[in-house]
Design a protein around this ligand. Structure first.
Ligand code: ATP
Ligand code: MG
Length: 252
């Protein structure tokens, strides 16, 4: 298995809170990995450190064997790392089509040409329609993002990050606040693009039914550190994980 991303003893503290307490995280190329753990476990902080939305106190981040610890957000996107946010990050006043087109424009460094969105850059238009098709949003292209149902908003938000064509895609709670049916639709879509071999995904998710169903591997965080790391079957058998999920305090 090829290692795509690796963190070495990554640390981030907020006052007394150790959000990341010496994390050694490995992501393999092509896997669908879930990051789980109770509220405040440090999941979002870890993703923020990897995407450069937070600066580590110490430690290293390696992507494709290159040290990216001091790269900026845009340098990391260029290197192939994209992420969605826990709260959707869409332009509500733009159409579904233009939210994706804008992401592609920014990726290609064509931001100065944004005025031509209206005139439709042919390459961007073709690719936008392709991404919208993959995410089941083809019949919504002209709808304003602000007018979408919650499940569709989450789906579009994931599609915006995917349109950056990352090698490694982090999704922070892509299914929160949506119905069971919409959860399946979002996860089926993410899983199909991972299975197509185009992207590696790390998904932060609280719904353990979803986690067990879709993941190749599951990592559980607790108080800034990794508590368990294994296949769905291994994680189902792990006593510490069961205790956390049941809200039982750990004796460690
Ligand atoms: N910018 C910040 N300033 C101060 N404390 C922070 C900041 N960001 C996170 N924290 C704290 O760090 C800890 C980890 O937070 P984080 O958001 O990473 O958890 P999480 O696992 O994503 O939780 P949730 O499931 O609720 O999203 C929490 O105690 C949180 O309050
Ligand atoms: Mg979080």
């Amino acid at each position: 298995m090829t290692i795509l991303l690796k963190t070495v003893d990554l640390r981030k503290q907020f006052g007394e809170t150790r959000a990341c307490d010496g994390v050694n995280f490995v992501v393999h190329k092509g896997e669908f990995l879930s990051l789980v753990g109770s509220n405040g476990a440090g999941k979002t902080s870890l993703v923020n450190l990897i995407s450069a939305h937070l600066t580590p106190d110490s430690g290293q981040i390696l992507f494709e064997d290159k040290d990216i610890t001091f790269m900026t957000v845009s340098e990391r996107i260029k290197a192939g790392i994209a992420r969605s946010f826990q709260i959707v990050n869409l332009f509500d006043g733009l159409t579904v089509f233009d939210n994706i087109a804008l992401s592609i424009f920014s990726r290609d460094g064509k931001a100065g040409k944004i005025i031509s969105l209206a005139e439709h850059d042919d390459d961007v238009r073709r690719e936008t329609l392709e991404v919208l098709g993959q995410f089941g949003l083809s019949d919504k292209t002209a709808v304003l993002a602000g007018g979408l149902a919650q499940g569709e908003r989450k789906l579009l938000d994931v599609a915006v990050a995917y349109a950056l064509r990352p090698k490694l895609l982090f999704l922070d709670e892509p299914t929160s606040g949506v119905s069971t049916h919409e959860k399946a639709q979002i996860m089926d879509t993410v899983s199909s693009v991972v299975r197509a071999g185009t992207v590696t995904a790390v998904v932060i998710e609280h719904d353990m039914d979803v986690v067990f169903r879709y993941s190749d591997r599951i990592v559980m965080m607790h108080e800034g550190a990794f508590l368990a790391d294994g296949t769905p079957d291994q994680i189902k058998m792990n006593k510490d994980v069961a205790n956390i999920l049941l809200g039982v305090p750990l004796s460690v």
